[in-house]
Design a binder for this molecule. Sequence first.
Ligand SMILES: *Cc1c(COP(=O)(O)O)cnc(C)c1O
Length: 344
Amino acid sequence: MTEAAGQGLLSINHRSTGFVELFRRTVSLLRERLSIPPQYSVFFASSATECWELVGQSFIDLYSLHLHNGAFGKKWMEYRQKLSPNASGHAFHLQHIPSLNHLLHFQDADLLCLTQNETSNGSQLRNRLMRKLRRHFSGGQKLIVADATSSMGGVELDWLCADVWFASVQKCFGLPAGMAVMVCSEKALEVAKTRGYNRHYNSLLFMDEMAQKGQTTHTPNVLGLYLLCRTLEQRQPVSQTAPALRKRAGLIYQRLEKARFHLLVQNRMVRSETVVAVKGTPAYVQAIKQEALRNGFLLGNGYGAWKDTTFRIANFPAHTDQEVEALLQFLEQHSPARWPVAAQ
Ligand SMILES: *Cc1c(COP(=O)(O)O)cnc(C)c1O
């Protein structure tokens, strides 16, 4: 931040060559560190929520099918339905992999919307399933859109399995909130062109037009972009960091199970590698959060339906192994079994 201020970046004109350079450098670093295929375009928006909406309005007349099992996926569907009624959802069970049979009931759908990592309950759709969904949902104008807000930058995504991916930067990128990254296939842009919806400041077509000039449609979060650029410079490629992060997720699950915590996601095949949700009575959850805070740990609140009966642990690249170890030791000492007072 000091460096950005020192370079006069905080007052830079977003149509200037200095900005264009920063834009292009950040895109090229994202491509390199995240292994984004060359035929995919990279855009910047303000938040993942904005991405829900801009995808919705850029493909407003395509029937949108939302497979969801948690609060973010459901909210996305509701946002889309507010824009246009040609959207429906299918809720699948948290402990299950969504069944492909459901897709058969929605032959008319052209947009399949998936939450790759459901932050609200700590579940994920693995690459294998994403590939299967891709095979079953293809042809014509059919597009897959994946919300990877809490996994992009931490997990190796199989980019070819979806046409549009997005994430805001405050999760696995470890940056202050206020920006989102969108990754878009050629096909998505082609379909957007055939639909021709370009009515909003952040319609996909307008974003693409500006991005080709190394610019955004609006005055962007220049500091956010700079911080993304500088932190990406210092980071290893995700292909190298993701296996370690996955291993650490395994360790967290294992240690918590051993300490007899109740994990919200029982099915190992759908457990998230970046968000771990732990279940407890409302009294225990409240007590552990308070005790954690007294010990210098900020546990994530439960979300949506699980607000009072879970807490969440982020396993993001910015967390060091030492920090995770210290948290695990704290939790082991305060498991419901060993710390029964609070469990009453
Ligand atoms: C955090 C989150 C969002 C919302 O992100 P904003 O930056 O607040 O818009 C959307 N989807 C998922 C899966 C998330 O984890």
